[in-house]
Write a protein that binds this ligand. Structure first.
Ligand code: APR
Length: 229
């Protein structure tokens, strides 16, 4: 049986594909305060603004391409059972060819009903328009998890982490819970790699290997460590 490698990715994974991280720019996300665009209250207050914001993000995602690190993780499936858990709402892991990807915070290429988060539809083209409705007549919104909303995939993700033979964290500041707590579910004796140009605080864990590099450079080094040169 192949070894199970669990990879938790954050915004830094897609930085070299041209998608901005959240906390590298004064807490602003593309010039917006996240509370004005990524909360249920923001949607109540100004759904047009929120829809527009995510429509712009979706256009950026569709124009972006997976980077060498996304492809390298997909290619590692030849050697290992790779499970990716991503906080990212882009689809770059899938487009690179990874087959087991769990999206903790949703995926922007899908829409959901604003009255029932389990009614999910692929977005046709780049935009969700105001007036596009679910089958019960509620406005469609982006299929993403906003601050203050439940994270339905967290239990599945915790379960995956508990089965890891190797754990890898790439490009996340570990500032947002419950995602940041997933590392606690990884068995204590398991080796944990952290790839980030600014290594986040990972607490008291043992068996941590820090690779203080960007995702594309760091994953190259990781592969040498996993497979030998
Ligand atoms: N390669 C790897 N890591 C990078 C790169 C790069 N080229 N560039 C930046 N980073 C690192 C930063 O050093 C930082 O540690 O990526 C991390 C990005 O952290 P955040 O911006 O906080 O992103 P993330 O941890 O994914 O945020 C979690 O917060 O806003 C919410 O829901 C949103 O999923 C997101 C969550």
């Amino acid at each position: 049986m192949k070894k199970k490698i669990v990879v938790l990715t954050g915004a830094g994974m897609s930085a070299e594909s041209g998608l901005k991280t959240f906390r590298d720019a004064d807490g602003l996300w593309e010039g917006y305060n996240v509370m004005d665009v990524a909360t249920p209250e923001a949607w109540q207050r100004n759904p047009e603004l929120v829809q527009q914001f995510y429509n712009e993000r979706r256009i950026q995602v569709l124009q972006a391409q997976p980077n060498a690190a996304h492809y390298a993780l997909a290619n590692l499936e030849a050697h290992f059972d790779i499970e990716i858990i991503t906080q990212n709402i882009d689809d770059l892991h899938e487009r690179a060819g990874s087959t087991k990807v769990t999206h903790l915070h949703g995926i922007i290429t899908y829409a959901q009903s604003s009255s029932n988060p389990t009614l999910i539809y692929p977005v046709e083209g780049a935009e969700i328009k105001m007036g596009q409705l679910c089958k019960w007549g509620s406005q469609l919104r982006p299929h993403v998890v906003w601050f203050g909303e439940a994270v339905p995939m967290i239990e599945k993700a915790a379960q995956i982490c508990s089965q890891a033979d190797v754990f890898i964290l790439i490009g996340s500041s570990l500032a947002v819970y419950p995602a940041a707590g997933l590392i606690d579910f990884v068995p204590r004796e398991v080796t944990k790699y952290v790839i980030d140009p600014k290594i986040p605080t990972v607490g008291h864990y043992q068996h941590i290997i820090k690779i203080e590099k960007s995702a594309t450079e760091g994953v190259k080094e990781l592969i040498v460590s996993l497979l030998g040169s």
